[in-house]
Design a protein. Structure first.
Length: 573
């Protein structure tokens, strides 16, 4: 027989006691602490656990809790379905049972009475779940790895077709925000649809940011004219020449200091009117003195800063160079009478087989050098005496040595003159200040192999110092009919004898096998030779000078590279 006794209780107001009380007591709270059972009607994730001990409930849950759910993961347009366990989903039955016992202890008197008479309310508690965030991060990182891309910077380039700078667009990168997705899933592991945000990763240099630099660079791309104060002389840089003075880069317009200085030098050479020393000129077949003349030249120290600033300012297209008067270093009163001049030394060369263009350049260079006067103690500069190898100075295209090949270039044949001048001045005993050799042995300068001097404008000059007691005069005698050139050095002949020995060859390297290059412009099956083979050599020439101080020697050393023949062939038929 069942019986029920109610008594007053300080905590609950009423106490319950009975032999059929379901094995649990409301006195003192959670029955689990005393090894009690769960209240009737309790479920965890649909599994009946009412009236069970913790151990019994644990076993029931272990056998009946549903498998982890499937979760749909989305990132951008990508989609995957994975088991929740792959995302670190873990059922926490201990925590679920703790909640069930807390629910048991918290039931009010009425609920307890209902439980005793078999009318307990059904209470379904959720299954507690924890998430292993490290596992979730690993899984999501693996799924989204292919979505992550590095940003590609926009790039600036010079379009040769338009002769303008332009921007090649870049692309933003993408980065899956795995951390945000892990945090979302850990906060709500019951969700079966999980979104991994995909964020754009901006490139360091975007097209919009670079366009401002490109616009400024293109604004600088204009013709630029300079003039020299106090003269009517002008010089012009074309738009393309100006474009070579700077770079447009990601950080902005960057001046090219080397080309700026080179362009400035070219302009000053164009606009300067250098002083002219007293000299000798032919008059009625006789040498006579010609008076010196002051010049007006660029004040370089002041002008360069102005030039650099102006050429990099798109609002300026012209500039006036400040100038200064340049005085001659040799006046007419310092020139010896023409009839007092003595022949000091002679240099000779031949140029048989030269093309018409090469002959033109030989004749022009010889004429420019003829009459040059070098004051005592000063250096002779071939390029200064020549006035520059430019079309404006009368030079035409011809074969030159450049970039490891014999190619068409401006001024081919000028080295015939520089070589002959070198032979004359070296034979006169003048100290060498600068002398450059050719890359390979050149047939025009035979049989005096190695006794030659190469020049290139700008960069390679021929310089010797006048160490005689007075000015020297350089005369040239060119005979196109016999293909011979003679350079004479006149002045006050020093008391010395000079002997130049033939070259001593210390090594010889055979030339390589010929090279064949396809030229689409040639007819199929045709071949033409464009470069000629030459062996390599190491050699030296010795000069012996005897004067009152004794005997001294110096040497000119030359190393010629072996040179291969080059043939152009037409394409195969």
């Amino acid at each position: 027989m069942n019986f029920l006794t109610l008594w007053p209780d300080e905590a609950l107001g009423w106490g319950i006691n009975g032999s059929d009380a379901g094995g649990w007591s409301a006195r003192g709270g959670c029955g689990d602490a005393a090894g009690g059972t769960l209240a009737p009607g309790l479920r965890i994730a649909g599994v009946e656990v009412g009236g069970l001990t913790r151990e019994q409930a644990q076993a029931a849950l272990a056998g009946q809790v549903a498998a982890p759910p499937q979760v749909t993961v989305r990132a951008g347009t990508a989609r995957w379905t994975v088991g929740a366990a792959q995302l670190g989903w873990q059922a926490d039955t201990a925590r679920s049972l703790d909640a069930a016992f807390e629910a048991t202890a918290s039931r009010n008197l009425l609920q307890k009475v209902q439980g005793l008479i078999g009318q307990a309310p059904v209470q379904d508690l959720p299954l507690s779940v924890t998430v292993d965030t490290a596992q979730a991060r690993a899984t999501l990182s693996g799924l989204t790895a292919a979505l992550n891309t590095q940003p590609k910077n926009a790039a600036i380039f010079f379009d040769k077709a338009t002769k303008k700078y332009a921007v090649k667009p870049g692309n933003p990168g993408r980065q899956a925000d795995v951390t945000a997705a892990v945090n979302s899933y850990a906060a709500n592991p019951a969700q079966t649809a999980l979104t991994v945000p995909v964020k754009q990763w901006a490139a360091k240099y975007t097209a919009a940011a670079l366009q401002a630099h490109v616009d400024r660079g293109n604004a600088l791309n204009r013709a630029f004219t300079v003039s020299l104060d106090g003269t009517d002389r002008t010089g012009v840089l074309s738009a393309l020449q100006v474009a070579n003075l700077y770079w447009v880069r990601e950080q902005g317009v960057v001046p090219d200091e080397q080309t700026l200085k080179a362009a400035f030098g070219l302009l000053t050479e164009t606009v300067d009117r250098p002083a002219q020393n007293a000299r000798y000129v032919m008059q009625g077949g006789t040498l006579v003195k010609a008076k010196e003349r002051a010049g007006r030249v660029t004040d370089r120290a002041a002008a360069y800063a102005l030039f650099r600033k102006a050429v990099l300012d798109p609002t300026q297209k012209t500039l006036v160079f400040p100038s200064k008067v340049q005085q001659p270093t040799l006046t007419i009163d310092k020139l010896p009478a023409a009839d007092k001049l003595q022949l000091i030394a002679v240099g000779k060369s031949t140029y048989y087989g030269s093309s018409p263009a090469r002959r033109t350049n030989v004749a022009n260079a010889a004429a420019k050098i003829n009459g040059t006067v070098v004051p005592a103690g000063e250096d002779f500069s071939f390029l200064s005496a020549l006035g520059g190898i430019t079309p404006q100075n009368g030079f035409v295209g011809g074969l030159i040595i450049s970039g490891g090949r014999t190619v068409d270039g401006l001024g081919g044949g000028v080295c015939q003159v520089s070589t002959t001048v070198f032979r004359a001045l070296y034979s006169a005993g003048l100290p060498v200040v600068e002398r450059n050799q050719h890359s390979y042995r050149v047939g025009y300068y035979e049989p005096q192999v190695g006794f030659e001097a190469a020049v290139y404008d700008p960069g390679l000059d021929l310089k010797l110092k006048n160490d005689t007691s007075g000015p020297i005069l350089i005369k040239t005698v060119n005979n196109n009919a016999t293909s011979t050139l003679e350079v004479q050095v006149w002045g006050i002949k020093p008391a010395r004898t000079v002997t130049v020995s033939p070259a001593v060859i210390t090594a010889r390297i055979p030339h390589p096998a010929p090279q064949y290059v396809v030229n689409p412009a040639l007819r199929p099956g045709t071949t033409r030779q464009v470069d000629w083979a030459a062996d390599g050599y190491s050699l030296y020439i010795t000069r012996t000078i005897k004067d009152a101080s004794g005997v001294r020697q110096d040497q000119v050393k030359t190393v010629y590279k072996p040179w291969r023949a080059v043939y152009e062939t037409g394409p195969r038929g």
